[in-house]
Write a protein that binds this ligand. Sequence first.
Ligand SMILES: [Zn+2]
Length: 65
Amino acid sequence: MDFIDGELKCLFCKAAFLLLLRDQECLRESGFKHDPRNCRGCKMLIGQSEQISESVTKIGQSSIH
Ligand SMILES: [Zn+2]
């Protein structure tokens, strides 16, 4: 249950962004079980980012193969 501020990398703009402790708690309360993949700016652009970030992940995976 230890949460610390963590630096993540946005899948969308590739920028590093900081996930604050309170953000992680907020995400957990909303049912997110994994780290967010987009920075705040991209998240605001995307809106409900979950579906889009998943499709971005799939595109990324398929381009690897
Ligand atoms: Zn971003």
